[in-house]
Design a protein around this ligand. Structure first.
Ligand code: UD1
Length: 446
């Protein structure tokens, strides 16, 4: 006999830009796991009403290229989006407004119980803001807003992401925090403690889940970073190389700053190859500024990979943006990563790969305190010094609290408990997804 499925909880998750996909994938996997366990636990008990979670995935279309979006769906086993808003690029105002207009219609049509937004991109803020003002009925009911990766602060309001983070946190009902600093920041901003849950990092859930699969990537061979085995039975070995990513407008839109950073890599690029997967914004600037890496007219192309010629910049190998598994494989085997990304500071922390962040600050201090990251600024000399120091350090790392691959399970557990507490007394039906002692915790205020 089939069990009745009743008043299921409807969760809508928003993704839009590249760093959203790996943060959302574990949440969808945790929902599927929850549903599977619930159905198994209650099988053969037709008297029980089973409340599975219904999930809706919305892609805003902020990123739309195959290499910036599509490939991540296959790499991360993400289901195709149920709804694609096709918002595309534009100024901050145009992009945010376009997403807001299109998302409002979706919300009114789908009426979810919960809207999950992740990270700090324009899609995150746009959808949180729309949800905070929507009204489903005369009582003013609206979905719960859950922000995954809440509380991070660079204290630099010139970063668009900092504005997105602060505003998203302040309209959210549930704030899922990745590190201690997030708890402290939210507390300092007067956000009620019962909204905050220190669950860990869903980006790290993805990393731990896909680390082994990434070993099957052939990117090292494609980039000629593998030394072939000799006839004497010596195994293939990975050549020493570094990895570089740059995409922040503050670094690549200003020619002088961009040049300072590249000059900071001079010693490194004469010492070993530096693999540089190029973001579309950065690619445009390289062309505009006439930099000589080879992406311009004189490029020599091999399998979609362009190389420069003539001087130490030969050592910098430009590639198109890479998929999740290829990039993970490159981060893992690199001697050093130089980046201005937020997420890469966290991923290198867990992989134990030394990281030099070419920014003046980080919103992720735990990566410096217990990880492998150092903040180098954007001046040539400080970058060179940081690279030397980082190349000399041991490949050791600490693991920040709750970065254990179970953050998404904690998030779904919290959402389910909250939903059941609100809607009924059928708490007995909630499966114990994680042991009680592992449940999300929020320390008492000082
Ligand atoms: C966005 C996020 C940033 C994140 C980054 C990861 C904001 C404010 N910024 O920055 O936090 O670290 O994503 O990549 O949300 N473009 C393409 N193809 C695409 C997407 C973009 O060619 O698929 C080009 C367009 O010319 C666009 C430019 O890249 O104008 C920038 O894209 P946009 O989404 O505005 O911001 P990102 O710099 O990618």
């Amino acid at each position: 006999m089939q069990q009745a499925e009743a008043c299921e909880m409807k969760i809508l998750t928003v993704v839009g830009a590249r760093p959203n996909f790996m943060k959302a994938a574990p949440i969808i996997a945790a929902i599927n796991e929850h549903n599977g366990r619930l159905l198994a636990d209650t099988a053969g008990r037709p008297e029980l009403q089973v409340e599975t979670i219904r999930h809706i995935l919305v892609h805003t279309g902020q990123h739309y290229d195959e290499l910036m979006s599509g490939s991540f769906f296959s790499d991360l086993n993400l289901p195709m989006p149920d709804i694609h808003l096709g918002a595309g690029s534009g100024s901050h105002a145009v992009q945010t407004a376009e997403i807001m207009k299109r998302f409002e219609e979706v919300l009114l049509g789908k009426k979810p119980d919960v809207v999950v937004v992740v990270g700090d991109v324009n899609s995150t803020l746009a959808c949180a803001l729309v949800t905070s003002k929507i009204c489903f009925d005369p009582d003013g009911s609206r979905p719960v807003i859950a922000h995954v990766e809440a509380g991070l602060r660079s204290f630099d309001r010139s970063m668009p992401e900092e504005v997105n983070r602060i505003l998203t946190d302040h309209v959210s009902d549930l704030l899922f925090v990745t590190e201690e600093s997030g708890l402290q920041n939210l507390r300092n901003e007067g956000i009620s403690l019962d909204k905050i849950h220190f669950v860990g990092n869903t980006m790290i859930d993805s990393l731990l889940n896909f680390k082994e699969k990434a070993e099957a990537s052939t990117i090292l061979e494609k980039l000629a970073l593998v030394r072939q085995a000799g006839k004497n039975g010596v195994a293939n070995s990975v050549t020493r190389y570094a990895l570089l990513t740059l995409h922040r407008p503050s670094n690549v839109d200003n020619q002088d700053i961009f040049l300072n950073i590249i000059a900071g890599l001079e010693e490194l690029a004469t010492d070993c190859p530096v693999v540089f997967p190029v973001h579309p914004r950065t690619r445009r600037r390289i062309r505009e500024f006439g930099f000589e890496f080879g992406l311009g007219g004189s490029a020599r192309k091999h399998n979609g990979i362009a190389q420069g010629s003539g001087n130490w910049r030969d050592g910098i190998i430009l590639t198109d943006p890479l998929g999740y598994l290829d990039f993970l494989c490159l981060m893992k085997h690199a001697s050093l990563v130089v980046t201005d990304s937020g997420g890469i500071q966290e991923e290198t922390t867990i992989l134990g790969t030394p990281c030099v962040t070419v920014r003046e600050n980080t919103e992720r201090p735990v990566t410096v305190e217990s990880g492998t990251n150092t903040i180098a600024g954007t001046k040539t000399d400080t970058i060179k010094g940081a690279i030397r120091r980082q190349l000399g350090r041991k490949r050791e790392n600490g693991v920040p609290k709750n970065w254990d691959g179970r953050a998404a399970v904690r998030i779904i557990d919290t959402l389910v408990r909250r939903h059941y507490e609100k809607t009924s007394s059928r708490l007995a039906l909630v499966p114990h997804a994680v042991p009680l002692e592992d449940r999300c915790s929020c320390p008492e205020p000082n």
